[in-house]
Design a protein around this ligand. Structure first.
Ligand code: UD1
Ligand code: CA
Length: 485
């Protein structure tokens, strides 16, 4: 499928060809991306082009690969109900609206007022995320080296079902693209397909595009321009990609799963080529924007999602899910879920723990099994080995959090903070009823309920706890209200 292991790692990592494509000169070389289609075959409430492939909406993948190839600005043709698309892409794109979905040719016409003055432009579909930036560069190079009004991307597929066929004459000159549903049996036997990526001479395009007629299905096919050019006696140039995946247009959920699997494979190959060990690649899912340092090992059944950054010499997995998190060097995450968390170096988590948004673990922290940490900073070398919940807390360095200890952070109305100093010993099953502070070097007894502040160098025992002097062992106050309700 993808034999590109010796290529530069440019398949998906944006920026591989940046800044820009020097071959395109300094003028604008816009890319128009057609994304207004109904996507009926997806059977989805969501726009087809927003369905993610390896964690990123396919349209965003396409915009980024166009940018990587040096094309810009990006003009996205959207339907009338395009808010989610605009939200996903942000302000970096220009938009043209196609109110009625009357075909790819009709969609391109809508962009004319938005496309800036330029000699040439690229037109792409919003559903071909496996295209490589390098292929776009080759397409534009071939185009600029020819006189052709159109240069198109084609591929030869063993199963060209559903796609537009590229018709060539006896001299191999392209004469037409015939859509599958309009093709006769002889045309259907052609394996070369239109990948829906084109380079046009702009003036020729704007002259001829408005003259296209409606097909039998009531649509204006962009592909009909190929026959127009050929009939005028012009050459239609082409670039043929060997890797058919590049031409995969996603029309159904089946196509989506194929694209996802091929993209996943590319991403894993990329990281293995970059020095990451993945002993069982098939079971590992890594999103587009994730990053993994050298000599890290990603063990089976592990998902590294979103913009996660993993350092060097880490061991992630087996059975771990890491989402939008930063993990520094020499960490181990075993059978655990880590979401929007930051972990400094030499930290161990798991098995079976859950770091939730806002968890910050300083170096040498040890989190064992069945611990949950949310919106809390855990100081250097602190340990929480078994069954604990730490929420909205600030925990110092070298703290030992005994089994079953819990920050009771929620009083039914608001979340309250727990502050634990350095070198504190939290006895098993301690309930810390927030807001509460436990001073440096203090301890809590097993089963204690801490509902008022514990000064430094003290112990706190009982339920609710009484404060005692660490030296004399005498109580220094009466029991407070039991707030652990
Ligand atoms: C298209 C090509 C076909 C090619 C195939 C490659 C045409 C007529 N056919 O077929 O030759 O082999 O891609 O994948 O172009 N869109 C709009 N407005 C519309 C219709 C479509 O913006 O009115 C957009 C879609 O959102 C999509 C792209 O154009 O991103 C392609 O449309 P789609 O319906 O997927 O075309 P295919 O049938 O796949
Ligand atoms: Ca398509």
């Amino acid at each position: 499928m993808d034999d590109s292991s010796d290529r530069p790692n440019s398949d998906f990592a944006p920026g591989a060809f940046s800044p820009g494509n020097p071959l395109l000169g300094s003028g604008a070389f816009p890319a128009v991306i057609l994304a207004a289609g109904k996507g009926t075959r997806m059977k989805s409430r969501k726009s087809k082009v927003l369905h993610p492939v390896c964690g990123k909406p396919m349209l965003q993948i396409i915009v980024e690969l166009a940018a990587t190839a040096g094309l810009g600005p990006h003009i996205v043709v959207v339907s009338g109900k395009s808010e989610p698309v605009r939200e996903a892409l942000g302000s970096g794109c220009l938009y043209a609206v196609q109110e009625e979905q009357l075909g790819t040719g009709h969609a391109l016409i809508q962009s004319q007022d938005v496309v800036p003055d330029c000699d040439n432009l690229v037109v792409m579909a919003g559903d071909t995320p496996l295209l490589r930036p390098q292929t776009l560069v080759e397409l534009t190079q071939t185009h600029l080296a020819s006189e052709a009004p159109i240069t198109m991307l084609t591929s030869s597929l063993t199963d060209p079902d559903g796609l537009g066929r590229v018709v060539r004459d006896s001299d191999s000159r392209i004469t037409a693209v015939v859509e599958h549903r309009e093709a006769d049996p002889e045309t259907l036997s052609i394996n070369e397909i239109n990948a829906s990526v084109y380079c046009f001479r702009t003036s020729w395009l704007w002259d001829n595009l408005p003259r296209l007629g409606y097909s039998a299905t009531g649509e204006i096919f962009l592909t009909d321009l190929v026959e127009v050019a050929a009939t005028q006696g012009s050459e239609v140039a082409s670039v043929t990609v060997e890797d058919g995946a590049e031409a995969l247009g996603i029309n159904t959920r089946l196509d989506l799963s194929r694209a996802e699997s091929m993209m996943r494979d590319r991403i894993r190959r990329h990281w293995m080529m970059e020095g990451v060990t993945i002993p069982d690649p098939e079971s590992v899912y890594i999103d587009h924007d994730a990053h993994i340092g050298i000599d890290s090992v990603v063990l089976p059944n592990t998902h590294i999602r979103g913009g996660t950054i993993i350092g060097e010499d880490c061991e992630i997995g087996p059975n771990s899910v890491v989402v939008d998190s930063q993990i520094a060097d020499q960490c181990r995450i075993v059978s655990s879920v880590v979401e929007q968390a930051v972990i400094e170096s030499d930290v161990q988590v798991g098995p079976f723990s859950h770091l939730r948004p806002g968890a910050y673990l300083e170096s040498e922290v040890r989190i064992g099994n069945f611990s949950e940490i949310k919106n809390s900073r855990i100081g250097r070398a602190t340990k929480s080995g078994h069954f604990s919940y730490i929420g909205d807390a600030e925990v110092g360095a070298n703290v030992n959090i005994g089994a079953g200890s819990i920050t009771c952070n929620y009083d039914g109305e608001k979340k309250n903070r727990t502050v634990i100093g350095d070198d504190v010993f939290i006895g098993c099953d301690t309930m810390m009823v927030a807001p509460v502070t436990i001073g440096d070097r203090s301890y809590t007894g097993a089963g204690s309920v801490i509902n008022k502040d514990v000064p430094p160098d003290s112990g706190a025992i009982g339920a609710p706890a009484r404060i005692r002097s660490r030296k004399t062992g005498n109580d220094s106050g009466s029991p407070g209200r039991n707030a652990a309700r």
